[in-house]
Design a protein. Sequence first.
Length: 286
Amino acid sequence: MTRITYVNGRYVPSLEAQVSVEDRGYQFADGVYEVCEVWDGELIDEGRHLDRFYRSLAELKIAEPAARPALKVVMREILARNRLANGYLYIQATRGVAHRDHPFPDPPVRPSLVVAAKSLAPEKGEAAARAGVKVIVTPDLRWKRVDIKSISLLPNVLARQEAREKGAYEAWLVGDDGLISEGAASNAWIVDAGRTVVTRQLDRSILRGITRTTLIELIAAEGLRVEERPFSLKEALDAREAFITGATTLVMPVVEIDGRKIGEGRPGPVATRLRALFHGFAAHSN
Ligand code: PLP
């Protein structure tokens, strides 16, 4: 089946989908993106993903490439045309196409918009979750506004590559304060000795993960304690459990950090339970 991607008003075969070499996304990483999970044909937490998308655009003063109702129509069209059952929608907007010059184009140009569908095999994620994943720790080299979901991801790319070279799934990023901010493409969590679930508070040093937001509500509904505060590598190594979250990763148990076992070295009960409950708790739309 030919995959179809939406590019600036047109639905085109993905292999023919193109943007200009003068697109500011290509030249300056001047753009933002969203990843919204599709599970059993339904969008998971679409409202929260769209809220974050429009917030990222506003923070960078990029004009809305489409109003929210129109974007929702495009997302559904891409879902349908690709008959996507499991995977995610990738949405990217950039400041548009203009002769290369650092300041914003004046007069402004039309922002570029791409919506693409990617399929994922759910069994793969489930198998990874049953085994648990390894993470490494590496310095956080990113800029100071990582709360914006910008397409400028070079430090994240380098961190994930380092993880891969070391046989790990994810890299946890350590800030100048010596504390773990988040993963290169996920939020970071631990379960401490008192069974409190800990993840960093929302500030400009982490992305406001949508999975994180929904999971905090699920944790409270389960009667577990959650604390939003930073934690150190030492605290993580001493934790009962660790896990990461992301829209396609869901809740993924971490069994090893920098070659050292966490807890029993097996996926823990809290992470395993939260993963099992997640889709039943999150919002679905189609
Ligand atoms: N942190 C970073 C740096 C990410 O890139 C991501 C997802 O890609 C997340 C956290 C998790 O966010 P979400 O749960 O919205 O996918």
